[in-house]
Design a protein around this ligand. Structure first.
Ligand SMILES: [Zn+2]
Length: 271
């Protein structure tokens, strides 16, 4: 599943190239998770001003309103002037004067939704309850600690839930907890202020690092220019059950936590 770094890498791979483009057509394929929410004709002639990201949503600012794009479970985006004819898993084409932006999504959990503005209910329904951005100043170590302190459940599922901080999915939660030396099963309320600060820093480090490396290639991720990422080559614990810890050589443990697979080193990560 594309996580925040993959979405950011996708954004970086076409944002500059599409900025200023004029929309010349929209081709909608099979139904996606949510309907577009406007007539395709309403988009014709509009300009794509910029591409931003909020959580795992790409926000395309148009001259009038915006498009919110989500990659769902299996989506990827390509952008180019000479894309091949749409295949059976290509369900949305935004044809512009600078190239076509295409959503490829075999499982169709992704979506493209139009909203009149970011404050409009159509946008707020998707963005309104997102936690703070992990790579922004709004993500504060002390506030993070206070939030954790009030919660008595295991730390890893809490991170995945995205209420404290958005966009820390399964891979990056496992990696950040390793970096912070915290076992995924540790109760959030038991994490001290210094350990919360370490986790805060680890989350930012892991995500920044993943963006710099082009995102993960897990599940065949590639950016909008068709380039694969390299993060998984260097994962410390994710998907490494039974393999030696890269720090202490103890075998990495693999457990199930709330229907998700979790990986940790029992030596390097303390309860
Ligand atoms: Zn270890």
């Amino acid at each position: 599943m594309p996580e925040l770094p993959e979405v950011e890498v996708t954004r970086l791979s076409f944002a500059d190239r599409i900025a200023g483009a004029r929309i010349e057509g929209v081709v909608v394929g099979k139904p996606l998770r949510w309907p577009l929410g406007c007539e395709a004709a309403q988009l014709h002639g509009q300009q794509v001003l910029a591409v931003r990201r909020r959580g795992k949503y790409l926000l395309l600012d148009l001259s009038d309103g915006l498009l919110l794009m989500h990659l769902g479970m299996s989506g990827s985006v390509s952008f180019g002037a000479n894309l091949p004819l749409a295949g059976k898993h290509d369900h949305f084409d935004l044809v512009t004067s600078l190239g076509t932006l295409r959503l490829h999504d075999p499982r169709r959990f992704g979506a493209v939704v139009h909203a009149a503005g970011e404050a409009h209910p159509a946008a707020q329904k998707l963005l309104g309850r997102l936690g703070v951005e992990p790579l922004s100043e709004a993500f504060d170590a002390l506030v993070f600690h206070q939030w954790l302190h009030a919660r008595h459940t295991a730390i890893k599922p809490l991170l995945l839930a995205g209420q404290a901080v958005v966009g820390v999915g399964n891979i990056y939660a496992s990696e950040a907890l390793f970096l912070a030396g915290i076992r995924p099963t540790t109760r959030a309320s038991q994490i001290s202020k210094p350990r919360a600060a370490r986790l805060h820093h680890a989350i930012q480090t892991v995500l920044t690092d993943a963006v710099a490396k082009g995102g993960s290639t897990l599940r065949d991720f590639s950016n909008a220019a068709g380039e694969a990422g390299h993060f998984q080559l260097e994962a410390m614990v994710y998907d490494r059950a039974g393999l030696p810890c890269r720090v202490c050589a103890a075998p990495i443990k693999g457990i199930r936590q709330g229907q998700r697979s979790t990986f940790y080193c029992a030596t390097c990560q303390k309860p």
